[in-house]
Design a protein around this ligand. Structure first.
Ligand SMILES: [Zn+2]
Length: 136
């Protein structure tokens, strides 16, 4: 099955990882809507929240909330936590994931997003790694 998130989970495709446990990885969105936009991705393949076992959904939101707390600790003014189910809802990759979008005072940019720059990604990974151990 050619699923980009399954390939990332298996280490066969590159991604900026900020967190990993037995059930999830957290990676930076390749086309971030805000600075620090992170995706919580289940290690097992499910299409979206509609077919993912409920205990795994709960665990995913627990990881998301903890990551949100880490972003607040780093000075974010708010955080959006959301998941899209179905093409009509804006789902692009059909493998369960939750968006954690820190807010810094500006708008969310959904259209025309630019690919994250390597130096920015490195900076974010370094920042979040410094607080993640106390918040996750
Ligand atoms: Zn997958």
């Amino acid at each position: 099955m050619d699923c980009i998130f399954c390939r990332i989970v298996r280490g066969e495709a590159p991604a900026w990882r900020v967190y990993e446990d037995e059930e999830f990885i957290a990676i930076l969105d390749k086309y971030p809507a805000t600075y620090g936009h992170t995706l919580i991705v289940s290690k097992s393949h499910f299409t979206n929240v509609l077919d993912t076992p409920m205990d795994l959904v709960a665990r995913g939101f627990e990881v998301s909330a903890k990551l949100a707390r880490a972003w607040m600790h780093l000075g974010a003014r708010g955080v959006n936590i959301l998941t899209n189910a179905g093409r009509e809802a804006g789902q692009v990759i059909f493998h369960f994931h939750i968006h954690v979008i820190p807010r810094w005072g500006g708008p969310i940019i959904w259209h025309g997003r630019e690919e994250i720059r390597e130096e920015v990604a490195r900076e974010i990974v370094e920042k979040i790694s410094s607080v993640i151990s106390t918040h996750l």
